[in-house]
Design a protein around this ligand. Structure first.
Ligand code: 8X3
Length: 254
């Protein structure tokens, strides 16, 4: 029997940024299960190479904040690409504005806003040619500010503005623009990165929450959006764990 993951001109191509861990890696696996040849893009070559081997995809070392790197990603994605998952990004810090680390804010804007926009710009002509779709992974942080969240909330709100504007601008083009907005997702790295590697602080985010979302829950939603018929545009889906009714309303057992 032939290997279903072998590269074939019949398989649609999907690009997933930030594919080295968490939601990105889970999404790459999910899309491979859906029959995509997945271009796994991230900065950490060893991780995406292992993932690409596992799912019969392609690893492309890419920093979404670097123009040359993004151009190389677009070349590697080729002319069959019909799906882009803008997942690279994340949060850095939880300081109040009075103590803001502006370099961290710039890094968050660079990856979440400019990086996602840059990759989208580079792939858009191909996505339009292939009646494709862009799915942005934003955050409930885009819904409004919370204490210590201004830099991240602002970056995610700006990314959402890109989504909303693009959907209007491209209404007469054969391309769909979707957004998944996750709440509390327990991944190995999101909070650890936010707190500069402080595992104890990262663990406290999820302490006593019986079942935070997992990366696979978000990948499941992305996989569903990706497989809707091409006249169906899922504008935005907000996904939270049952224990998180709102940003400040989290049920903890201890
Ligand atoms: C993650 C959600 O609540 O940490 O994007 O801002 S939150």
């Amino acid at each position: 029997m032939s290997d279903p993951t072998a590269s074939s001109p019949d398989r649609p191509v999907a690009v997933v940024t930030g594919a080295s861990s968490g939601i990105g890696a889970a999404t790459a696996r999910r899309l491979a299960d859906e029959g995509y040849e997945v271009v796994c893009a991230a900065r950490r070559a060893d991780r995406i190479e292992a993932l690409a081997d596992e799912i019969g995809g392609v690893a492309v070392t890419c920093d979404v904040t670097d123009t040359e790197s993004v151009a190389a990603l677009a070349r590697a994605a080729g002319d069959r690409c019909s799906l882009l998952i803008n997942n690279a990004g994340g949060a850095l810090g939880l300081e109040p504005v009075a103590e803001a680390d502006l370099a961290a804010w710039q890094a968050m804007y660079a990856s979440n806003v400019l990086g996602a926009t840059s990759v989208t710009k580079a792939l858009l002509p191909t996505l339009i040619n292939n009646v494709g779709q862009v799915i942005f992974v934003t955050s409930v942080a885009a819904d409004g500010g919370y204490e210590g969240g201004a830099g991240y909330c602002g970056a995610k709100a700006a990314e959402r503005a890109v989504v909303e504007s693009m959907r209007l601008e491209l209404v007469d083009q054969p391309v769909r623009i979707a957004e998944v907005s996750p709440g509390m997702v327990h991944t190995e790295e999101f909070s650890l990165t936010r707190f500069g590697g402080d595992q104890e602080r990262a663990d406290k985010v999820y302490a006593g929450v019986e079942k935070p979302l997992l990366a696979s829950d978000i990948a499941d939603v992305i996989g569903w959006i990706a497989t809707r018929p091409d006249h169906v545009n899922i504008d935005r889906i907000t996904v939270r764990p049952r224990a998180q009714a709102a940003q400040h309303k989290v049920h903890r057992s201890s």
